[in-house]
Design a protein around this ligand. Structure first.
Ligand SMILES: *Cc1c(COP(=O)(O)O)cnc(C)c1O
Length: 222
């Protein structure tokens, strides 16, 4: 590794994740870094790919497919933005992980598509942990029933839960609340923590963190 890559933003985030794992008594390498590349120009992404980052997050189906189709092999691509049912076919065909399952209609459409395409896509349920009216996600009070419905009638296997806490709150209690929902439902993975709070999320049990601007720089508005 060159000195330049050791001091890159990516290297620094990797080091902070490793330190947070140790501080939380978590196993080294137990937290997956999802590099959130949405809206970033390719010249910001290329050096991150070259530094062996293999997991990327995008928030729009079309943009992700255009950008990543030529580089698809060997990568894990996660959809972390809202999914419209009319994009479910493309999303199931393209992504490895969908993190924003948040309503019955989408569960039904995804179940049909997964069966039709025979593709074992991994699913996270998004929980609107701060109960914000403008945010996507199932309400915390409805999460247990929704998880059960996904597993039962829709036959989906739920790998994890995902949340985006309210920007103005201390995130720790929201991360703990998401962990509690996962624990009582036997859900294994937790996608929580972004550029400003991923260390707090790791302390609260995150198994993946979604970091964008701290790796790639400030985004142009979408
Ligand atoms: C954009 C985005 C991120 C990354 O946010 P940063 O603050 O740039 O790290 C993480 N999760 C979701 C759902 C996002 O939309």
């Amino acid at each position: 590794m060159s000195d330049a890559s050791q001091t890159s933003p990516l290297a620094s985030i990797r080091a902070r994740i490793a330190a947070a794992e140790v501080a939380a008594g978590r196993a080294p390498g137990s937290v997956t870094l999802v590099a959130v590349s949405k809206t970033q120009p390719w010249d910001h992404i290329a050096p991150v790919l070259a530094a062996d980052q293999t997991v990327f997050g995008e928030n729009r189906v079309q943009e992700a497919m255009e950008r990543w189709a030529p580089h698809r092999t060997g990568l894990e691509l996660r959809l972390i933005g809202p999914l419209q049912t009319n994009k479910a076919r493309e999303a199931v065909g393209f992504f490895d992980v969908l993190e924003t399952l948040d309503r019955e209609k989408l569960a039904r459409v995804l179940a049909d598509e997964i069966q039709r395409q025979g593709r074992a896509i991994r699913l996270y349920i998004q929980v609107n942990i701060g109960q914000e009216p403008q945010k996507a996600g199932i309400a915390p009070a409805e999460a247990d029933a929704f998880i059960a419905a996904c597993r039962g009638p829709y036959g989906l296997s739920v790998e994890g839960l995902m949340c985006i806490p309210p920007a103005e709150d201390d995130p720790a209690s929201h991360f703990a609340a998401l962990r509690a929902i996962a624990q009582r439902n036997g859900v294994e993975k937790l996608s929580m923590g972004m550029s400003d709070d991923f260390e707090t999320a790791i302390a609260q049990g995150a198994t993946s963190v979604r970091v964008g601007s701290a790796i790639f720089g400030v985004r142009a508005p979408q």
